[in-house]
Structure formats: structure tokens, C-alpha cells
Write a protein that binds this ligand. Structure first.
Ligand code: HSE
Length: 435
């Protein structure tokens, strides 16, 4: 096979960009064996060409002028590894429209502007790939689009943010929230603005992309119900352990008939569930489908070299498949409606703090019953003159649970903060119990 030299460009040369360049150079022989091509970085867009870099590019490669890339017809693939939607979005649109394939690691860009991007790719007749935008090294987009192409995937459950999983795991070991967040930042997997991690926005973008690809219908970011981990306390973590469960930030996309529900929030995950064992900064995505029952993909979901491995694989896929048409299109092929947010049903864990006197439990039971929420398990503890009730419900729509919780919070006997989180368990609530 005659080796073909393929000039490629990078938009961004931070941790991920430098790692992409290094991986392309170190894996050049493997890539050539697989595709017959040698991918050579000829241009990399940066803000400051004089700054010190982790991996030194050849002199002349770095540029601060996007025109050097847009105006160079020899460049055959561009990897976008910048942060933020602007100006990255404008550059990517222009590249696609002018017939340059793009690979992106930018989840906010794909989640917010997917429609425009795929229209531009179609107009330019080129590919847009985005594996690295969801869970870094875990090849979930390719699995959904290629391996599961004939499977009706109807549910996606994931731990898709490493920072929050790291913090929640550390809290189980008795470490404080602030201390664990600082370490996640030091280790380099938190976003530049860590409120995107702890507030759930990073996970929301990834879950919206997963839902779009899994269900073949565009899921806009503002359809995602988002709650971060700021409200999770040590009390929740301890109560979960007593129930043989773990508090995790879970992204959930569910197809209910021909409507879609997508949400991100803290949940009580049964210790026997595959997601319970995912610790530290690792990510996992669980796919439920008609023919496959369930498949769980687990691995490093953040980090420079881990993200770079997905970027390089996409670049190799573009080079290896250009002209053949496979996976070139927008993954969207139908238009599903959004399930009204309160309709998705699951079991819930409720932590209720109330005055400890006769009749209070009956009032709570009444509020739950009037919303049709049935109690599966209940334990009461004493805490500083109050009663803390730990309740696990049978499956109930989230809107009914929220309404019952609001009514319980408004009772004159309510004390402290009462909270609810969905329970994720493969064996139902009957198998759960207090340890
Ligand atoms: N900040 C993200 C995380 C990594 O903690 O998972 C990039 O998506």
C-alpha cells in the first residue's frame, strides 16, 4: 500500500490539543497500517503563539490566525479542541461549509448547535464526528451509531461527569465536598469553570447528545431537567450507604412511547446496579435496548490523553471512510416530542425531617397517599429532638413526588430540609433494605 500524506489542523493546543498531536506522532505507524495514511499536523490555532506548550509543535505550525487554516486547501481534516461555543462554533461552521471534515470534542457546541452543524456538514458534503464530546475515551457514540444501528435503544443511564463522581466517592470516604473538588481541579478533570460540573451542566450536554444519538431525534439542551450535586449532604451519603446504595449524579434519557424524557440529577443507586461500582473520576454509560437487553461501557471519561484517543480515532475514521458515506449524516432521522417533565416514573428515596409527636407520620402518609405515592420501605431515626424519616417509595411520577414533598415541607410539623432523589435499582424496591 502506498502511504498518503494527509495534512490536518487543530483548533486549540491546550491539554487535549497537545495530546492529540503527540498521539498522532506516536501512533503514526499504527494509523498508516490501518488506513494507508500518515496524518501530519500542519497547523494549530492558538491565542498566543509564544506561550510554552506541553508538546512542542514543529516551528511554524502554531498560528493565531484562523485564516491560515480556512485558506489552506491542503488541510483535509480539522480537530476542534477549543473550549466554549464561541468562537469555536463559527470556525467549525465555516470549515464544514467549505468542505472540510471536522472532529470535535466540544460537548456544549454539539449539544447547543447540533442542527446547524449537521446542516453545514451536509452543505459541504463532509463528515462531522463528535465521539470525544461525550465521556472522553469511552467509545459510546460509535457503538450507538454503528454497533447498535438495528437495536431500538430506549433508555440510556450514565455517570457522565468525572468530577462529581470523584467528589461523591470521596464523600463516602469521609472527605469534605470542598476538599474533593479542589483535588479534582488539581488532577485536571474539572472544567475551567467547575460550576459546570457540580451544577450538572456538563452532564446535561453529554446526556442531551447521548439521547439525540440513541433516539435519532434532536434533544435540545433546554429539554434536560438539571440538578447538580450542590444539595447533596453527608446525611444523604450516609443514608444511602445504610440502604446499600450510593449517591451518584446520573444522566437519564428515557423513551416513553414516542416521547422523550432527559434529566440529570443526584440519585440513590442500588449497590447491586452496574453503575454503583463506578468510582472516582470514571464514567459509565448503560444502554438498554430491545435486542441487547443492556450493555454497560465504563472507562476514563475525562483527561487530556483519554480525550485525545477519541479525537484521533475520529480523525482516522474520517480519513478511512471519506467517500464511502458510512456515519456521515446527522444522527437525527425523526422528531419526537418531549415527555412533560413530571411524568417520568421511578421509585424515590425521601429524607423527611419532622417534629416527633403523635399524628405526624399519619399526616405524611396522607400527603403521599393524596398524590398516589405508595411507601415501600420506611425507617425513622431520632435526631436532636426531631424525627428523620427515610422513605423508599414504589414507582411514582416525579411530579407527584415533588407535589407530595412540597405539601410535606409546608406542614406545620416540618423541621429542617426534606429532600427526594430517584432510586435506580435493577431489582426493584422490594429487594432493598437497611443494612
Ligand atoms: N469536566 C468533565 C468531567 C470532563 O469532570 O467529567 C470533560 O467532559
Amino acid at each position: 500500500m502506498v502511504s498518503v500524506d494527509v495534512p490536518v489542523a487543530l483548533l486549540g493546543y491546550g491539554t487535549v490539543g497537545a495530546a492529540v498531536h503527540r498521539l498522532l506522532e506516536e501512533s503514526a505507524d499504527e494509523i498508516e497500517r490501518a488506513t494507508g495514511h500518515r496524518l501530519r499536523v500542519t497547523r494549530a490555532l492558538v491565542q498566543d503563539t509564544s506561550k510554552d506548550r506541553g508538546f512542542s509543535p514543529t516551528p511554524g505550525v502554531l498560528t493565531d490566525d484562523i485564516g491560515d487554516i480556512l485558506g489552506d486547501p491542503s488541510i483535509q481534516v480539522v480537530a476542534e479542541v477549543m473550549c466554549g461555543v464561541d468562537p469555536a462554533g463559527g470556525y467549525v461552521l465555516e470549515l464544514l461549509r467549505s468542505g472540510r471534515p471536522v472532529v470535535t470534542a466540544n460537548k456544549q457546541l454539539v449539544a447547543r448547535r447540533g442542527t446547524e452543524l449537521f446542516e453545514a456538514a451536509a452543505a459541504g458534503g463532509v463528515q462531522l464526528r463528535f465521539e470525544a464530546s461525550v465521556c472522553a475515551a469511552i467509545p459510546v457514540i460509535k457503538v450507538l451509531r454503528e454497533s447498535l444501528v438495528v437495536t431500538n435503544v430506549h433508555r440510556v443511564l450514565g455517570i457522565v461527569n468525572g468530577t462529581t463522581n470523584f467528589i461523591l466517592s470521596a464523600m463516602e470516604d469521609g472527605r469534605s465536598y470542598a476538599d474533593a473538588l479542589a483535588e479534582a481541579q488539581r488532577l485536571g478533570f474539572a472544567e475551567a469553570d467547575p460550576t459546570e460540573d457540580v451544577g450538572g451542566l456538563d452532564a446535561a450536554a453529554k446526556t442531551a447528545i447521548l439521547a439525540t444519538v440513541a433516539f435519532g431525534s434532536r434533544v435540545p439542551l433546554d429539554w434536560v431537567e438539571v440538578e447538580g450535586i450542590e444539595g447533596v449532604t453527608l446525611d444523604h451519603v450516609v443514608a444511602a450507604r445504610a440502604l446499600d446504595m450510593h449517591v451518584k449524579l446520573i444522566g437519564r434519557a428515557t423513551l416513553v412511547g414516542d416521547r422523550v424524557d432527559v434529566r440529570v440529577g443526584p440519585a440513590f443507586v442500588d449497590g447491586h446496579h452496574p453503575l454503583a461500582a463506578v468510582e472516582g473520576a470514571f464514567n459509565a454509560v448503560m444502554l438498554h435496548g430491545d435486542a441487547i437487553r443492556e450493555i454497560t461501557l465504563e472507562g476514563p471519561g475525562a483527561g487530556g490523553i483519554e480525550t485525545a484517543s477519541a479525537v484521533v480515532a475520529d480523525m482516522v475514521s474520517v480519513v478511512g471512510t471519506t467517500g464511502t458515506g458510512f456515519l456521515q449524516n446527522d444522527p437525527v432521522w425523526r422528531t419526537l416530542e418531549r415527555l412533560p417533565p413530571g411524568e417520568l416514573a421511578s421509585p424515590f428515596y425521601l429524607r423527611l425531617e419532622v417534629e416527633d409527636r403523635a399524628g405526624v407520620l399519619a399526616r405524611i402518609a396522607q400527603e403521599l397517599a393524596s398524590e398516589g405515592v405508595s411507601v415501600a420501605q420506611l425507617v425513622q431515626q431520632q435526631a436532636e429532638g426531631r424525627a428523620v424519616l427515610h422513605v423508599v417509595t414504589h414507582e411514582a411520577p416525579s411530579g407527584r413526588v415533588d407535589a407530595a414533598l412540597a405539601a410535606i415541607r409546608a406542614l406545620p410539623e416540618a423541621r429542617g430540609e426534606s429532600t427526594a432523589m430517584p432510586v435506580i435499582s435493577g431489582r426493584g424496591v422490594a429487594g432493598l433494605g437497611w443494612a
